[in-house]
Structures are given as C-alpha cells and as structure tokens.
Write a protein that binds this ligand. Structure first.
Ligand code: PBG
Length: 332
C-alpha cells in the first residue's frame, strides 16, 4: 500500500513535526540500550588498557578490565558483549592451536564475565585471524585459503568457547559449511543451548582496517580476503549466503559492514524474518569519530542517528563500538 495524502492545504505534513511531543507520537523507530552488542578487545596482563589509535575512545583491555566493562555495560542496560582477543605474537602460529586453547585470552574472558556478571550474554568470534601467523581467517596452503581443514579447526574453536560458557558463537570466517559443522558438533557435545549468530552476509570490506590494527592482524595479513568474503557489489549472493546459513542451523544472522549495506539489512529481515543484526564496523566508527573530533559534525547526534537508521532498516540490533556511549546518552 502506498500511503497517500490529500492535496495541499488539506495536508500540511509539517503539522505533525511542529512540537517534540507530536514528533515523539509519530516516531516509527525506537533505539534503546538493549539493541546493542558491544565488541571489546581483550589483551594479556592485569589492570591495564591500551588505546587503539585508529579507533579513538576504544582500548584493548586486560581480562579484569573487560569484566569491569561488562559490569558497566550491564548497568547501562546493554544485554551482550562480544570478545575479540589481541593474541601475543608468539602465540600466532601456522596451525593456530591457540584458537582452541581452553585458557586462551578469549576463553578466560568468557569464564571471568560469566562468573562476575552471569546475566550478561557473551558472544565470541570464530575465525583464525587473531591466531594465524599470516592474518587470514583460514589456513593458508601455498596461495590458497583452504576451506575444509579450516572448518575442522573452527569446530574445535567453537567447542572450546561453548565449554568456557559462551552464550552466542559468531562465526565470522566465511568458510563454506562451517555453520552446519559447528551446529552438529554443539549438538553432539552437549551444547544444544548455545546459539549461533552467523556473520552470514560478510563482505570483503575496506572498512575493517582499524579492527585489524586492534587485533594486531594488519601487519601480518598478506593479500586480501576476497576469496572467502563476499564481493561488496553482490546482493543476490549475500541473500543466498543468509539462506544457506539459516538452513545449516544459524539462530540469528548478521550483515557486515553496516552503514553502506542497509539495503541488504532490509532485504534479509523482510525475506527471512530471523533476528537480524548489523555490525557497524571499526571503519564506520573511525570515520564518525574522526569527523566529530575535527568538529566537522556533532558526534552525539550522528551516533544516535546512525544507530537509529539500522533499526529503521529492519535490524533487531547492532554490534557497535558506540554501545556504552550511546546507552549513556539514551539513558539520559
Ligand atoms: C575476523 C573479523 C573481522 C572483523 C570481525 N571479525 C575482520 C576481518 O574479517 O578482516 C571486523 C570488525 C570490525 O571491523 O569492526 N574474522
């Protein structure tokens, strides 16, 4: 149905925009802290954090500080936190064994958060890049990022995270067949209740640059990720990937990056109806922060506007580095 209006002056649409009460009455989309998943970077050490230069306001935190951050986020009404490890260089190897070490940074952080703030949902990332000597999400053989052997490693990684108490697993690697393999391993190993939020429509994007600095993968990465992540030009392919991951057992799906891909968000939500999330990635955050710091626009206004637009585009929630700042603002 196309909404119609009588001709002017019977219709003066500005009548409904005149006061903030009227605007609030007719607002179609709302934003609240429970729409956010907060991505945080974990590093080794004690009671310490270091800034990520390309992401102003974001730091890598030691496990105890991540626990404090989770407690704070819970107090702000943010339901979930997502962990990304900054792995020590000596723990990055060709076989990526640190990825399924039960005591790796990410798994220790999961346990520590679930001990201290059990109500907080903990999400993880499943991909080999923080553990891989060459920065790729999968094993590298010659020139190739190999699929099937990588999926076996991802399954081990998923089980270690589930074992540590993760509520939501986030496969972000874009290997074929990984959702099905992870789902069946979770079923057979007694982790039937663990959810999968698949990075289903993940594009080969330049907007991930600052993240790769944050996890220390930029220097290591040889080449790009175009042989496994989706071409940014492809809409039909993205929809096929979402359908595939749902068929293999994903409980929720994600579109990533966010802002340049709102058309995909809308279409995924309309077609599949599953809980749909967008990842407002590091480069999107960096752009907005940089412009705000330069005084080129009002950072608070654009932060809330951008996040609201994800909801308008059909997203149920947003992974965003702005989560605590936005929640504080929304909470007044
Ligand atoms: C790793 C992963 C990436 C991001 C999340 N998980 C980087 C990549 O695929 O290169 C990016 C997040 C961001 O840019 O904020 N598989």
């Amino acid at each position: 149905m196309t909404p119609t209006l009588p001709p002017f002056p019977a219709a003066r649409p500005r009548r409904l925009r005149r006061t903030s009460a009227l605007r609030a009455m007719v607002r179609e989309t709302t934003l609240s802290p429970d729409d956010f998943i907060w991505p945080v970077f974990v590093m080794a050490g004690q009671d310490d954090e270091t800034p990520v230069p390309s992401m102003p306001g974001v730091t890598r935190k030691t496990v105890d500080r991540v626990v404090a951050a989770a407690r704070e986020a819970h107090g702000l009404g943010i339901p979930a936190i997502c962990l990304f490890p900054y792995t020590a260089l000596e723990d990055r190897t060709e076989d990526c064994a640190e990825a399924w070490n039960p005591d790796n940074l990410s798994n220790r952080a999961i346990r520590a958060i679930k001990d201290a703030v059990p109500e907080m949902a903990v999400m993880t990332d499943i991909a080999l890049d923080p553990y891989n000597i060459n920065g790729h999400d999968g094993y590298v053989e010659g020139e190739e990022i190999v699929n099937d052997r990588t999926v076996e490693a991802l399954v081990r990684m998923a089980l270690a995270q589930a074992e540590a108490g993760a509520d939501i697993l986030g496969p972000s690697d874009m290997m074929d067949g990984r959702i099905g393999a992870i789902r069946s391993a979770l079923e057979s190993e007694g982790h039937q209740q663990v959810t999968i939020l698949s990075y289903a429509a993940k594009f080969a994007s330049g907007f991930y640059g600052p993240f790769r600095d944050a996890v220390g993968a930029s220097g290591a990465l040889k080449g790009d990720k175009a042989t496994y992540q989706i071409d940014p030009a492809n809409r039909s392919e993205a929809l096929r990937m979402v359908a595939r991951d749902i068929a293999e057992g994903a409980d929720m799906v994600m579109v990533k990056p966010g802002m340049p891909y709102l058309d995909i968000c809308r279409e995924v939500k309309d077609r599949f109806g599953l809980p749909t999330f967008a990842y407002q990635v590091s480069g999107e955050y960096a752009m907005q922060k940089a412009a705000a710091q330069n005084g080129w626009f009002d950072g608070d206004k654009t932060m809330i506007e951008g996040l609201t637009c994800f909801k308008r585009a059909g997203c149920d929630g947003i992974l965003t580095y702005f989560a605590p700042d936005a929640a504080r603002l929304l909470n007044g």
